[in-house]
Write a protein that binds this ligand. Structure first.
Ligand SMILES: [Zn+2]
Ligand SMILES: [Zn+2]
Length: 166
């Protein structure tokens, strides 16, 4: 898997993220190429940012795009409009956008990157209180809602293993 990373400002991607992900899967971590990077730098919020990216760059089924932006950026506004409970980060499984600040930025980046590996959320999306799913066995699982942690439950590990066998 190739994770192309993009930062609205240099240094937003936590340096601990890649070693953390490598504990679970083999991943190439590469800066987003110049064409789509410039397109995202100049993105005006009026069209889907995914279209802006892929209009300059074709993704293979093995490619993912990790975007980190400051709070209150146009990308944050787009994501929260798309999904109102996505207050820290957003993902469609191919693109992930993170707009939290430390100390929750790394755990949010980890959570959204686990969606790249086919992992589902460990919380009930349709319930406004977002309780944990019964399948989640750890109170501090990073796939629960609003949890600042770098731990995963057994259900997440199973999903990662199944994804790698595909
Ligand atoms: Zn999630
Ligand atoms: Zn879990």
């Amino acid at each position: 898997m190739n994770i192309y990373y993009y930062e609205s400002e240099p240094g937003l991607t936590d340096g601990l993220l890649l070693p953390l992900l490598k504990q679970y899967t083999s991943v190439n971590y590469v800066p987003l190429p110049e064409g789509p990077k410039t397109a995202l730098d100049n993105w005006n919020g009026s069209e889907d940012f995914r279209y802006t990216t892929i209009s300059k760059f074709s993704l293979t089924p093995d490619d993912r795009v990790l975007i980190t932006t400051p709070k209150s950026s146009p990308l944050e506004k787009w994501c929260v409009k798309d999904c109102s409970h996505a207050l820290w980060g957003w993902s469609d499984g191919t693109f992930s956008v993170i707009y939290t600040e430390p100390p929750v930025r790394l755990s949010t980046q980890f959570h959204e990157c686990l969606h790249f590996l086919g992992v589902d959320d460990c919380y009930v999306i349709d319930d406004p209180a977002h309780p944990a799913k019964p399948s989640c066995t750890r109170d501090d699982c990073v796939m629960r809602y609003g949890v600042n942690s770098l731990k995963v439950c057994d259900s997440v590990l199973t999903q990662i293993n199944n994804f790698q066998k595909q």
